[in-house]
Design a protein around this ligand. Structure first.
Ligand code: UFG
Length: 331
């Protein structure tokens, strides 16, 4: 089976590509390398291009002729999306629309879409199931929900089947595969905490301690990249086997607060890095925890790395590796 991955040079896409390679799929990557890295492409066939450029996508699809597309390419920063909404709608919505159109023109049958827990906004109750109300509170979540709606309408009147994965907080790395998140200016909590432990940033700031949670800091469901990657394959298997489109939450169903993450990170790194209390970050819901029942019951996915210490330990090994090989941040 041939699969084309947009954003396959990025953190999640490159790891899914690695897994697909291991499982014997034929892979091609379409990426503009704005946030991705050349080294993360490994030996995969590569199309340099931008999803905002329709002819570049159509050319890649006409040449590679994939059976399925996995669409990772997107802007993903919640706070940035509140400051630059146009940028998010243009890349995430118009880019996806271009890709879907090219997919239909190229007779691609299966479409796996990276969505997000941010589509739920501030959920009425946690854990959150897939049929909870979607009411995003930032343009990032809104842009992903718009694409979900487009996919639903298009799948109703076409042969295309989609699998939508609503990711919760992805973290961790795979040091053996030499793949992980490599960002010069990371915004994600676990990466920033580990950079503070390495002394790369002077301190970690907690964005708000007045949330309606147990310790007042935001709670998230952190999922290991290794488990997240497998979910893509199991969802693809499911939509193929059942010939059906479906939406899945991808998380473990357990949440950790910002303060708890900091505590675990201090234990793993054995560094007592400075922590400051700051103001709330715009666009942050207090608590996001997945109800993963649907993924667990309908597909063969099973979590294997659902331990916060493992996630942070693997992320730490990767950050130490990056620290020794800073060139990886450059290309
Ligand atoms: N945080 C801090 N200090 C930091 C960085 C983050 O306190 O230096 C806090 C944030 O305010 C938030 C929590 O840590 O409460 C997690 O923040 P991240 O930036 O790591 O992740 P988000 O929850 O904002 O967003 C991530 C993905 C989104 C996805 C969401 C789903 O980036 O794409 O998880 O849960 F939608």
């Amino acid at each position: 089976m041939k699969i084309l991955l947009t954003g396959g040079a990025g953190y999640i896409g490159s790891y899914v590509a690695y897994l697909l390679n291991k499982l014997g799929y034929e892979v091609a990557i379409f990426d503009n390398l704005e946030n991705g890295h050349k080294w993360a492409l490994k030996n995969n066939k590569f199309y340099f291009g931008d999803i905002r450029n329709f002819s570049q996508i159509l050319e890649a699809l006409s040449d590679f002729r994939p059976d399925a597309i996995m669409h990772f390419a997107a802007y993903i920063k919640v706070e940035e999306s509140t400051k630059s909404p146009y940028k998010y709608y243009e890349n995430n919505v118009i880019g996806s629309l271009n890709l879907i159109k090219a997919a239909l023109m190229s007779n691609v049958r299966y479409f796996i879409f990276s969505s997000t827990a941010a589509v739920y906004g501030i959920p009425k109750q946690v854990p959150i199931s897939e049929d909870s109300m979607c009411n995003p509170i930032n343009p990032y979540g809104e842009s992903k929900l718009m694409v979900e709606k487009i996919l639903k309408d298009i799948a109703r009147s076409n042969f295309l089947k989609f699998g939508i994965l609503r990711y919760f907080n992805v973290a961790g790395a795979d040091i053996e595969a030499k793949l992980g998140q490599a960002n010069k200016n990371p915004t994600h909590l676990i990466t920033r905490v580990l950079r503070a432990a390495l002394g790369k940033i002077p301190y970690i700031e907690i964005f708000g301690t007045d949330y309606p949670t147990e310790d007042g800091t935001c709670v998230r469901d952190y999922i290991h990249i290794k488990d997240l990657a497998f979910a893509h394959i199991e969802v693809l298997n499911y939509i193929k086997k059942e010939d059906k489109s479906e939406i899945f939450n991808v998380g473990y169903g357990k949440g950790y607060s910002v303060k708890e993450i900091i505590k675990v990170a201090k234990k793993i790194t054995k560094v007592d890095f400075p922590v400051k209390i700051g103001k709330r970050r715009p666009g942050d819901p207090p608590k996001l925890i997945a109800d993963p029942k649907k993924l667990l019951s309908l597909t063969n996915w099973e979590p294997k790395h659902n331990n916060i210490e493992t996630i942070i330990k693997d992320a730490w090994e990767w950050e130490c590796y990056l620290n020794k090989n800073p060139i990886l941040l450059e290309y």
